[in-house]
Design a protein around this ligand. Structure first.
Ligand SMILES: Nc1ncnc2c1ncn2[C@@H]1O[C@H](COP(=O)(O)OP(=O)(O)O)[C@@H](O)[C@H]1O
Ligand SMILES: O=P(O)(O)OC[C@H](O)CO
Length: 498
């Protein structure tokens, strides 16, 4: 009997492979950092071939670390940075352009065009999304308009489109399987989330031929087999979900109202809304949570584009810290930022502002501002952005949060988690396994092959690491958050389009 599920978590900044045991514990983890390219201001790209190569390496590494072979793996679960777009040639498997990363703003001109044509309402009604370069649809249009010969090849049916799980599954199956799962499809701007199908009118609007699109499948079923050339044996690929939906599943947020916040490159809060697709008028997205056993469930989402990425900027861009956890050491040298606010709008702002022109800004500097104040202000910006999201989430769902489940790389930061709890005035609960995303992918695939029996069994595996209790006076909370709101307003006032 196979001992592990293999989860592949292809995130914005790294590719990871994890072996998950029946008890929900991680037996081995292998990780490789992923370089990103910033070819023009606001554009973010990644090398799709490198992503696939890195996936192969981390799979091998994880097996080696655990000292097991492919026969120890029951099945593979996939999870991925969402929206990131790859277009490749069907015949050769070669991408026609680097992958356009979700954060990238290349297609903002195409978004302006769609807005000028008055498409906002129709797009929102059918996809639950907004017109923003974030989503895959306008990225595909951009590629077809800008990569040489792409339009003609696409019209001849020679090109394929995929988000990262599609690209990886296609490669893992030796180019035999071109599929996506419903959660990833729901982020493309081309998928009707109510009727569960690609929407021909939206495809026409975006100029995307239907022949490029993958087949849409559920989040928990066998899509195909890992080609035996990779590990010497075929292994079923049995589940897939976008990383934020996978994290929701991994946090066992199975009931309506259950909410999690993931602090990775960006920050994404998702609330399970069950079989109801709640449509937002305040900048939340309506998205598919998962499809398991023929049941489609939805979530409300607030998306923050820059969270852990701001900590990486402190490390790699400004070289103020040597590694991410040093942000906590420095920030705890001071009691507060002394009035300094950093709005890390490097690629615009998502929920609730949806402004792609605003850029990063710093406010409140004095001669006394130190490196510690500055780093603390960057760290606190993750919590303020989360507060912006939670405010609309509570308003639109009519539900009051009683505690927030957290995960993702930056959730390891105790100072940030305490500050988050203080600001929101709710307990913040951190699970023992911060890798909820990978756990979710393993669970989804594991359910498909009977590795776990049902959701109840999965829920019984959850262990809490720590609860952060709120400990801040209301006046202080209001004062701090008021400062943040002023900072965002001022940053937007600086943007050329405002
Ligand atoms: N101790 C820490 N404090 C603050 N941020 C951190 C810490 N550890 C990691 N991070 C941030 O978390 C992010 C990585 O988290 P991860 O969940 O792996 O992201 P992704 O899936 O987007 O690649 C990085 O952006 C990194 O800067
Ligand atoms: O790479 P992450 O984990 O920050 O996730 C990226 C999101 O899926 C983008 O929508």
């Amino acid at each position: 009997m196979s001992t592990y599920m293999l989860a592949i978590d292809q995130g914005t900044t790294s590719t990871r492979a994890l072996l998950v045991g029946r008890d929900g514990r991680i037996a081995a983890i292998a990780q490789e950092e992923l370089p990103l390219a910033y070819p023009t201001p606001g554009a973010v790209e990644a090398d799709a071939i490198f992503i696939w190569e890195s996936a192969k390496r981390v799979i091998q590494d994880a097996l080696q670390k655990a000292g097991v072979g492919a026969d120890a793996i029951a099945a593979i679960g996939m999870t991925n940075q969402r929206e990131t777009t790859v277009v490749w040639e069907k015949a050769t498997g070669k991408p026609i352009h680097p992958a356009i990363v979700w954060q990238s703003r290349q297609s903002s001109g195409i978004c302006d065009r769609l807005r000028a044509e008055g498409r906002e309402e129709l797009i929102h009604e059918r996809t639950g999304l907004l017109i923003d370069p974030y989503f895959s649809g306008t990225k595909v249009t951009w590629l077809l308009e800008n990569a040489e010969g792409a339009r003609e090849k696409a019209e001849r049916g020679e090109l394929l489109f995929g988000t990262i799980e599609t690209w990886l599954i296609w490669n893992m199956t030796g180019g035999r399987v071109h599929v996506t799962d419903v959660t990833n499809a729901s982020r493309t701007l081309m998928f009707n989330i109510h009727e569960r199908r690609w929407d021909e009118e939206l495809l026409r609007m975006l100029g995307v031929p239907a022949s490029m699109l993958p087949e849409v499948r559920s989040s928990s079923e066998i899509y195909g087999m890992l080609d035996s050339s990779l590990l010497g044996r075929e292994v079923p690929i049995a589940g897939a979900a976008g990383d934020q939906q996978a994290a929701l599943f991994g946090q066992n947020a199975f009931r309506e109202g259950a909410t999690k916040n993931t602090y990775g490159t960006g920050c994404f809060m998702l609330m399970n809304t069950g079989e109801k697709a709640i449509m937002s008028s305040k900048g939340l997205l309506t998205t598919i949570a998962w499809e398991v056993d023929g049941k489609l469930e939805y979530a409300l989402e607030g998306s923050v584009f820059v969270a852990g990425a701001a900590i990486q900027w402190l490390r790699d861009g400004l070289e103020l810290i040597g590694n991410a956890s040093e942000s906590q050491d420095l920030a705890s040298q001071v009691e507060s930022t002394d009035g300094v606010y950093v709005v890390p709008a490097f690629v615009g702002l998502g929920t609730p502002y949806w402004n792609s022109d605003v850029r990063g800004s710093v406010f409140g500097l004095t001669r006394g501002t130190s490196k510690a104040h500055f780093v603390r202000a960057v760290l606190e910006s993750l919590a303020y952005q989360t507060q912006d999201v939670l405010a609309v989430m509570e308003e639109e769902s009519g539900l009051k949060l009683i505690s927030l489940a957290v995960d993702g790389g930056a959730a390891a930061n105790d100072l940030l988690m305490q500050f988050q709890s203080d600001l929101l005035n709710v307990p913040v609960e951190r699970p023992a396994v911060l890798e909820s995303t990978a756990l979710g992918a393993a669970f989804l695939a594991g359910l498909a092959v009977g590795f776990w029996k049902d959701k109840n069994e999965i829920a019984s595996l959850r262990r809490t690491d720590r609860q952060f209790q709120p400990d801040m006076a209301e006046t202080r909370r209001n004062e701090l958050y008021g400062g943040w709101k002023r900072a965002v307003k001022a940053a937007m006032a600086f943007s050329p389009e405002s």
